[in-house]
Design a binder for this molecule. Structure first.
Ligand SMILES: [Zn+2]
Length: 259
């Protein structure tokens, strides 16, 4: 379980370290957004180990119906990564479904499914994560990044929820928006390509923030190499890597100072 005082200590260290360089927040902040945790796998372990070796903290989204069963020490596995302070888990919905309704209109878990459906899926996911990890997650990213106005309403109704991985959302209250300003996987889901990443980066420069999305459970040797090159590049470019909770604290502090 992520001990609360440890978490605040980690945030304090992060903020203090930041202040040691300058009186303001780091100039370029990235959040590594890794999607689709469903259980313990060698690929996830390898992803967390590579990131840690580079000194990069990462966040990972859980598809929460996977938490109904504690297979292969799943709960303890999550807890120990969370307690390390190097990985933060977030709410990636309940079942990650998409389907076509009778009129063949496409529905996705958080798009076109109505308030009640979304509210239940969102809150069930929050609750089961809290019951296992001790604290409710403070970040959410919808499956396929597909949302509608009901998703924003459901988010706004939950005060634990502070950070929203989303390209754009109207009407968010007291939330921090974390857009995927840099694409992590240029060759399709689970397929990062460093050369294309770099070319895209040069075009989008200068950027101050980016959530960068990956699907590490689909990585094989080649993709781990590409991912590592992306990290090395961003480190050389002077990016700071934050957990969602750290980024929220930074943004709250900036707002407080501005008042
Ligand atoms: Zn997903």
């Amino acid at each position: 379980m992520m001990n609360r005082s440890l978490m605040f200590f980690a945030i304090a260290v992060f903020v203090t370290a930041t202040n040691a360089y300058s009186q303001k927040a780091p100039e370029k902040i990235a959040i590594i957004k890794a999607d689709d945790v469903r259980g313990v796998t060698a690929s996830w372990n390898r992803f967390f180990a590579i990131s840690d070796k580079k000194g990069v903290k990462v966040s990972a989204g859980i598809i929460c119906n996977s938490l109904l069963e504690d297979k292969k020490g799943y709960y303890q596995w999550l807890k120990s990564y969370q307690a390390s302070g190097k990985v933060e888990f977030w709410n990636h919905g309940w079942d990650h479904k998409r389907w076509k309704d009778e009129s063949l209109k496409e529905r996705r878990e958080f798009k076109g499914t109505g308030y009640d459906h979304q509210k239940k899926h969102f809150e069930d996911a929050q609750n089961i994560m809290k019951s296992i990890l001790g604290d409710a997650p403070n970040a959410f990213g919808a499956p396929f990044n597909s949302i509608d106005a009901n998703t924003v309403k459901v988010m706004n109704e939950n005060t634990d929820m502070r950070l929203f991985f989303c390209y754009n959302a109207k009407g968010l209250q007291h939330k921090v928006l974390a857009p995927m300003a840099l694409r992590g996987e240029h060759d399709g889901t689970g397929k990062p390509n460093f050369a294309k990443f770099k070319a895209d980066y040069q075009k989008k420069k200068p950027l101050k923030f980016a959530a960068i999305q990956f699907h590490p459970n689909g990585f094989r040797d080649k993709q781990f190499v590409e991912y590592t090159k992306i990290l090395d590049f961003l480190i050389a470019e002077g990016w700071t890597f934050a957990l969602p909770s750290e980024y929220v604290t930074l943004q709250d502090n900036i707002k407080k100072k501005a008042k």
